[in-house]
Design a protein. Structure first.
Lengths: 112, 114
């Protein structure tokens, strides 16, 4: 059974810092990996999707990497801003399936 | 915004009553999903659909049924609501009509079962 883990569960950093969020998964036979953000009381917003054949994806200040062999992904946020405060979730789609398996998220707080 | 709406957005009901949640999409996506989100458990898949009248179970399907009679609508029914089904329910679509595998989520329905 695929399990997805995100560490740490919570992170607080001062504004302007670069930071890395971690995601690990137990079964390397994934089809793709997706990063989301969720603001309190809101739905999920898709940030980046990495296909299993890709190593990284970038969108603005965000860069996500994927190392399938080690079962890890990282989300790099450059020059963090208070507006980046949210919970960040990673999720994988297993090969042959159409379903996302989610980690429990990292709650990020950027302090002005 | 992937044109996904959910109704109702909030509902309070009593144990033992049937409840139906609706997910509506406007972009003709084939795959639709229902998830629930609970503290300590994260997001878990309940059921999903891969076409009209084609559905399959997810991780936590007991006590739930689904129907998809039209491409645009995916209904989730709690046959007899229990307090353990108090949760936030999210609908999602896979954006193949946009040429992507990205899943897009609706705004959620907060359900309270008393």
């Amino acid at each position: 059974k695929q399990e997805v883990t995100q560490i740490p569960a919570a992170l607080s950093v001062p504004e302007g810092e670069n930071l890395v969020l971690n995601c690990s998964f137990t079964d390397s036979a994934i089809y793709n990996l997706q990063w989301f953000r969720q603001d309190p009381g809101k739905g999920l917003t898709s940030l980046l999707l990495i296909q299993s054949s890709q190593r990284e994806q970038t969108s603005g200040r965000l860069n996500a990497s994927l190392d399938k062999s080690s079962g890890r992904s990282t989300l790099y946020i450059a020059a963090s801003q208070p507006g980046d405060s949210a919970t960040y979730l990673c999720a994988v789609v297993i090969q042959g399936a159409q379903k996302l398996v989610f980690g429990q998220g990292t709650r990020l707080t950027i302090n002005p | 915004d992937a044109g996904i709406t959910q109704s109702p957005r909030h509902k309070v009901t009593e144990t033992g009553t049937p409840v139906t949640l609706r997910c509506h999409q406007t972009e003709n996506h084939r795959y639709m999903y229902w998830y629930r989100q609970d503290p300590g458990h994260g997001l878990r898949l309940i059921h999903y659909s891969y076409g009209v009248k084609d559905t399959d179970k997810g991780e936590v399907s007991d006590g739930y049924s689904v129907s998809r009679s039209k491409t645009e609508d995916f209904l989730l029914t709690l046959e007899s609501a229990t307090s353990s089904q108090t949760s936030v329910y999210f609908c999602a679509i896979k954006g193949q009509a946009r040429g992507t595998d990205t899943q897009y989520f609706g705004p959620g329905t907060r359900l309270t079962v008393l």
